[in-house]
Design a protein around this ligand. Sequence first.
Ligand code: NAD
Ligand code: 6OD
Length: 489
Amino acid sequence: MSTNRKFLNFIDGAYVESGSGASFEDRNPIDGSLYALVTEAGEAEVDAAVSAARRALAGPWGKFSPAERSALLYKVADGITARFDEFLAAEIADTGKPVSLASHIDIPRGAANFKIFADTVKGAGSEFFETMQPGGVEAINYAIRTPKGVIAVICPWNLPLLLMTWKVGPALACGNAVVVKPSEETPATATLLGDVMNQAGIPQGVYNVVHGFGPNSAGEFLTKHPGVDAITFTGETVTGEAIMKQAAVGLRDVSFELGGKNPGIVFADCDFEATIEGMTRAVFANCGQVCLNTERVYVERPIFEKFTEALKANAETFKRGDPMDEATNQGPLISQEHRDKVLSYYGLAKSEGAQVVTGGGVPKMADNYAPGAWIEPTIWTGLDDGARAVREEIFGPCCHIRPFDSEDEVIALANDSHYGLATSIWSQDISRANRVAKRVEAGITWVNCWFLRDLRTPFGGSKRSGIGREGGLHSLEFYTELKNICVKL
Ligand code: NAD
Ligand code: 6OD
């Protein structure tokens, strides 16, 4: 199989090859076909990208007002929308996710992420104090926000455009320049965005993309680069630990959105139909490859059997196959390598004593899709609370369901994790849901819903699920330097 498609680095407003000529393959997980070759950036390209970003900060971009930047970011958003089908096709080819999902979530959010932060920055105020000291000394104190500088944006593969723009949007709105390192699995939409940036009139060097892997490749070269002022990263917790060590040199700031092992808490008084519909999404959306997905489900004992049966029934109705068919609602995993990992957890759960309610293996696919990274949605019951399948992030379409008998018990179970990203609570007793939400150790709690987003709200994880919060004004905390000016009157 061959391809003429090649994804190049985007540096200083132009698409460039790597001096070394090194490249790697980008395969479509639907059928394993070769989608594109990707130029691998070496240290020289990473250095060129960081230098271009520094020059951009010293040029006109550094002098634009928030309103001028916001106007340009609206054009970027409009540019994504104008080329919606191109972005959609690229995201689908990289990830295999169905059009029914990507056209409603990934691409629209790619555009929305620029608009929301353009608006946020335009409307943001700051602090002001009148200072009066004994003896008649008077001063005014006010705080201003200035860009932090060159931001390295290190991205995962699960929601490539959405998660990249979630960081690039606020970074640029705040006046920074960025060097993006997309996941090696999903280089397409970040590359395409370079062209949109040029057409929107974003100055050269403000948005750069370098392709490659993590250790000893573009990811590490970028995060170690002394010209990078701060690093924003979404990905696995262990990768976050490695990047934090790299960031320690030069004391660069980090913003981390990391892994999770998210609990879902279902009380017997929930609206059953709505809960099953919501929990089906919470467990299986994007083939279980959303950091917010629920892998631990706790159900109040009186409805445990009924809930398990209903979730099983839904898990068995997913339609796999052609991603462009609107009826398809389950894509493959991102790669064969990731499927091997998820399947190893399927095996582990069984060896740890799980009862397999449904799934547990690889589905039979038509011949053209057989080489793809397909996997069965899987539900287990009966595991011990200490089982690895209950404690470790799997990042696949699977969950363990366990009964509980009291509020205190379920809160203790939910909190018994190194992670603290997201939870959902399902109950018609809103007072109880609130009470439980306050005690659950999670950065984000949804009540009677899941992944319902308002982009002005704080987003991020506690414990090993992250450092910092992004979203709305909270993004300004990371992407700007807050400076106080004291004027004696
Ligand atoms: P990953 O950590 O393997 O890779 C993420 C990125 O880091 C890739 O671009 C990779 O090339 C790069 N990288 C790897 N090692 C590096 C290093 N030493 N230095 C610099 N860069 C390096 O994550 P993934 O497999 O792409 O994504 C899945 C993980 O991401 C899951 O754990 C999931 O929970 C997490 N995630 C979290 C959130 C959130 O908001 N909390 C969102 C999406 C995904
Ligand atoms: O919706 C968002 O802004 C966001 N950061 C979602 C993260 C999903 C994780 O896979």
